[in-house]
Design a protein around this ligand. Structure first.
Ligand code: PMM
Length: 367
């Protein structure tokens, strides 16, 4: 199992709040200012031997006293949809026992976080009443808090009532695909619950979002609109915020690809970035799949998109296939941290422990 060293502390540990901790290269010993003559903590001015954009570090205090460290390595969020109709895994984990088995398997495969959802947001999906979402997700959250206490859980919902019930059952983070705007009570509820929030960009609702893809400049528009949602969340009193460009939500395939390429531009928002490419339809740009092919046809493209997002500086990747994507994400981190042959030794082995990727990285290259 992958060591979850980014989640630390526990009751009694020092709370670091939402400090921004400089860039990931600080303290890694491999790209000090002596090597470049510049301040590696200064995102704008740092010279990058690897050519990869820097990634700011953040530390979020969680409700249970643990600390979520973001940016030292890419965190992997495993998807657990307790829905009969999600686009790629609907119905697969709908029974409580199946959902629990799936979630614990994702943790064993290396998920740092789990995202639990009781409402599909696939294009055209109808809204699920809060009471039904609660019925689907709360028993699973209770079971997971008992079974996997070190793994923070996020609740994927647009409903304030569901967010409250999930957090009271033990969820640590609220993930709202509407950027906290769908339910007028959501921002105040998250502020009251004192949990971090993931604000994803979308326009409209799953019912009409396919018609809402008219952007002047998709990257600039999404960054600006997400910035407005972040400002509103801060004004409501939410301390810890994560942004998400919302690949596939009110985006054409080309727009999703452009947003993935523009991952470094989201640093302007000055919050951690989550990216969710997993099994999304824009990947069909690469797979050439036909109508009716299963979403698993997109596994290789999902792995590639996950590695690209990690290499480009995303803090969290939200994926269905934790084991396969995790290998690619860990490799991206190794490459990010490797400006030259001397760098591999500076990677803490626990970052890459699942199958000895760090040990392999230290072996002389035969390529
Ligand atoms: N995608 C889906 C659902 N929730 N949340 C965030 N933050 N980002 C996403 O990209 C996202 C999400 C849709 O995918 P699924 O139905 O497979 O979960």
């Amino acid at each position: 199992m992958t060591n979850t060293s980014s989640i630390s502390g526990g009751p009694g540990s020092a709370s670091l709040g939402s400090e921004r901790l400089g860039s990931e290269n600080l303290g890694s010993g491999n790209l000090g200012s002596g090597a470049t003559g510049r301040d590696p903590g200064n995102d704008a001015g740092a010279l990058h031997t690897t050519g990869f954009p820097p990634r700011a570090r953040f530390s979020f205090a969680l409700r249970n006293g643990d600390t979520l460290d973001l940016g030292a390595r890419t965190l992997i969020m495993g998807i657990v949809n307790v829905t009969p109709d999600s686009f790629s895994d609907g119905g697969q984990h709908a029974s409580p026992a199946a959902a629990l088995a799936h979630a614990t398997r994702l943790v064993a495969e290396g998920a740092d976080l789990l995202d639990i959802g009781g409402e599909s947001t696939r294009p055209g999906a109808a809204e699920i009443p809060a009471a039904e979402q609660v019925r689907r997700v709360v028993p699973l959250i209770r079971d997971l808090v008992a079974r996997c206490p070190a793994t923070p859980l996020s609740i994927d919902t647009r409903s304030a009532d569901v967010a409250r019930a999930a957090v009271e059952a033990g969820a640590a983070i609220v993930n709202d695909v509407s950027g906290l705007v769908h339910d007028p009570a959501m921002a105040a509820t998250v502020a009251d619950l004192r949990v971090p929030a993931i604000l994803m960009h979308m326009r409209g609702t799953p019912t009409d979002m396919r018609e809402r893809v008219d952007y002047d400049d998709v990257v600039a528009d999404v960054v600006r609109e997400l910035g407005q949602h972040l400002d509103a969340a801060r004004a409501a009193g939410i301390e810890h915020l994560i942004a998400d460009p919302g690949l596939g939500f009110a985006k054409t395939s080309d727009q999703s690809a452009a947003l993935l390429a523009a991952t470094p531009r989201f640093r302007a928002l000055q919050v951690p970035l989550l990216v969710g490419p997993s099994r999304k339809s824009f990947l069909a740009l690469a797979t050439g799949e036909r109508e009716g092919d299963p979403a698993t046809t997109r596994l290789a493209a999902t792995i590639a998109a996950s590695a690209l997002a990690a290499a480009l500086g995303a803090h969290i990747l939200r994926v269905h296939d934790v084991q396969a994507c995790g290998d690619a994400i860990r490799l991206a981190d190794i490459v990010r941290q490797s400006p030259g042959s001397t760098s591999a030794a500076s990677i803490p082995p626990e970052w890459t422990s699942r199958d000895g990727a760090a040990r392999m990285a230290r072996r002389p290259s035969t390529a």
